[in-house]
Design a protein around this ligand. Structure first.
Ligand code: SAH
Ligand code: SF4
Length: 342
């Protein structure tokens, strides 16, 4: 039934939707068993040189107090206060090359020296030399979403650079030794089921190791503030579609699922193909002002994440995501398409 994607499949509800999610969950269990990767995220800077219409951290948002965290504070949280289940860390920020140089690179060096944590980064579009420095320091997974496959929409929402530049960066990262996760926002204003189909197809064509879907959250102080937020059901259907068509991908349950559907969105993500959860370890000083979505954030702390895993009948993976990728590459050396550098 789900062999070829059809745009109408993104809109299914009721019994058909249940079937879709069960099918995605069965594929996930077949490939990954009951184990789910558990990473921590630290958000290190809310400065951003970009101006995306969907994001509260855009440079023109003057309502936001901007700050960068310090290396020592972050290292302390990650080395001495991380929950036992955490095997990886994702270091995230607005597009802020200063933070990359002064905070992120030193932090990666410290983590590499003092821990066995796998290291992911989500830092936006940077220079090729900077990607290489991050890789050499010890990060191995880059998260760079293409946001929307629709070229005109990409430009209209002022996503970073152009769509084709963003895709070139994704291909460059993959071709230079990174494991790459990308993805898109579902439910951006004006988006059609055909756009969602195009998003899933673009994701499949790129040299990816994982992908995420986040429902659009219409937060405060952004040009899209008056618009409706994305429908959580559609976002969950997109996740299920990605899982069924890409069984070996790592697909996160994103915290925006719980903003879109408080209490159950996240668990439903774990039942619709997700196999990665994220515990937020951002020190409180920045947590309040790191507003990708909206000021009233739903922080996924250790208790909430562990509770969601237990409710979904899943267990933390003892293997890190970074080690999983290394092992996968060794067992399937030809798994990834070769791409041309930027
Ligand atoms: N600045 C970097 C990384 C942080 S932003 C970058 O843009 O790549 C991480 C992601 O947050 C973005 O890729 C975007 O997909 C998502 N995001 C931002 N605002 C959002 C919103 N209002 N709703 C849903 N997702 C959003
Ligand atoms: Fe900056 Fe990323 Fe937000 Fe765009 S999505 S404004 S690049 S933080």
């Amino acid at each position: 039934m789900w062999n070829g994607l059809r745009s109408a499949d993104f809109e299914v509800r009721g019994a058909d939707q249940q079937l879709l999610h069960e099918r995605a969950s069965a594929v996930t269990r077949r490939v990954f068993g009951e184990r789910v990767f558990v990473r921590a995220v630290v958000e290190v800077s809310n400065f951003c040189r970009e101006n995306c219409h969907y994001c509260g951290m855009r440079r023109d948002n003057r309502e936001l107090e901007r700050s960068r965290l310090g290396h020592d504070e972050l290292a302390e949280a990650l080395i001495h206060h991380r929950p036992a289940a955490v095997t990886d860390v994702n270091i995230q920020a607005g597009e802020d090359p200063v933070a990359v140089r002064t905070v992120v690179l030193p932090l990666i060096h410290t983590l590499r020296r003092q821990t066995t944590l796998g290291i992911s980064v989500c830092l936006g579009t940077l220079e090729p030399d900077t990607y290489a420095e991050l890789r050499a320091a010890g990060a191995s997974i880059y998260i760079l979403k293409f946001e929307t496959a629709d070229e005109a929409g990409y430009a209209r929402f002022r996503a970073p650079g152009t769509r084709s530049e963003r895709l070139e960066h994704i291909r460059h990262l993959s071709a230079t030794g990174w494991r790459v996760s990308s993805g898109f926002i579902s439910g951006l204003p004006g988006q059609t089921p055909m756009d969602l189909l195009n998003n899933c197809q673009l994701a499949r064509e790129l040299p990816l190791d994982g992908a995420s879907v986040s429902p659009f959250i219409a937060g405060e102080d952004i040009p899209l503030a008056g618009e409706a937020s994305g429908d959580v059901e559609t976002a969950l259907n997109c996740m299920a579609m990605l899982r069924i068509t890409n069984p070996r991908w790592v697909i996160p349950a994103v915290s925006a699922l719980n903003l879109a559907q408080p209490g159950s969105g996240y668990i439903r993500g774990l039942r619709a193909g997700a196999n990665l959860v994220t515990i937020n370890l951002t020190p409180r000083a920045l947590q309040r002002n790191y507003v990708l979505y909206k000021r009233d954030r739903f922080i996924m702390d250790e208790a909430r994440v562990m509770d969601a895993l237990a409710q979904a009948g899943l267990v933390p993976s003892s293997q890190s995501l970074a080690d999983f990728y290394v092992q996968q590459k060794e067992s399937q050396p030809d798994c990834c398409p070769v791409a041309t550098p930027v």
